[in-house]
Design a protein around this ligand. Structure first.
Ligand SMILES: Nc1ncnc2c1ncn2[C@@H]1O[C@H](COP(=O)(O)OP(=O)(O)OP(=O)(O)O)[C@@H](O)[C@H]1O
Ligand SMILES: Cc1cn([C@H]2C[C@H](O)[C@@H](COP(=O)(O)O)O2)c(=O)[nH]c1=O
Length: 209
């Protein structure tokens, strides 16, 4: 199960709450977040590029898309093992993040070459598992930006990066996410209203039903 949404939407917060609720209900749960900052050289290159290092690398849509994909490729065996060993595997961002953000950066939609490229590269060529479902944690770009700003003010180690500070990109990305959800891209998508606190206990019950 993949949790997707804009920067600052609350995915990490929901992942933590849902993990606790699922465990309380008796399920074995594993979680992973992408990019795997601090755990993969490709993810660390991404972070550095999003903070202005490595010349024009951060401007390259396909270059950045490939780095995100290589980060996940390095985790492919681990993800397969987690799926075998747990009732639920929660992924905080996955292949759909790459599709949404890179399409948004190119000012394209869900039906675009870059979205097809992401799928062919990550699923067909790298053999990453196809998720059973996506949860789109939907908030307006304004709400997401406010939350991301608040987080950066509270934690200086979490300074906003080039994608987070680009309001137009976040708006386009929100539109692409809606299109991916409407098309049930890769698997069924469930849209969750993230404007208020999500009831993780209720969500866990529905997921386990
Ligand atoms: N429902 C909510 N209402 C108000 N604030 C929230 C809510 N959910 C999360 N937050 C706060 O918003 C900020 C961003 O949340 P979080 O880190 O979970 O987002 P994220 O989607 O994982 O972000 P990113 O993709 O940028 O890592 C945090 O400070 C968090 O405490
Ligand atoms: C996994 C992934 C992420 N992105 C984008 C989305 C965010 O703006 C940044 C970093 O993610 P974080 O949640 O803020 O840590 O990268 C992407 O474009 N492609 C991906 O595959």
């Amino acid at each position: 199960m993949v949790i997707e949404g804009l920067d600052g939407a609350g995915k990490r917060t929901l992942t933590d709450a849902l993990t606790a609720a699922l465990r309380d209900a008796g399920a074995s749960v594993a979680t992973t977040a992408f990019p795997r900052y601090g755990a993969s050289v490709h993810a660390d290159l991404v972070r550095e590029a999003l903070h202005g290092e490595h010349g024009d690398l951060g401007e390259s849509v396909y270059g950045m898309g490939l780095l995100y994909a290589l980060d996940r490729r390095g985790a492919a065996d681990d993800i397969h093992d987690l799926i075998v060993g747990h009732d639920v595997v929660l992924l905080d961002r996955y292949v759909a993040s790459n599709a949404a953000y890179q399409a948004a950066r190119l000012r394209e939609g869900a039906d675009s070459d870059v979205v097809r490229w992401v799928r062919e590269l990550e699923i067909d060529r790298f053999g990453l598992p196809v998720p059973d479902a996506h949860l789109l944690l939907r908030v307006t770009p304004d709400v997401a930006a406010t939350r991301a700003r608040g987080r950066a003010e509270a934690d200086t180690a979490r300074a906003r990066d080039a994608f987070e500070t680009d309001d137009d990109l976040q708006s386009r990305c929100s539109a692409v996410y809606d299109q991916l959800a409407a098309a049930n891209w890769l698997s069924p998508w469930h849209v969750i209203d993230g404007a208020d606190r999500v009831d993780a206990v209720d969500l866990a019950k529905r997921l386990l039903a």
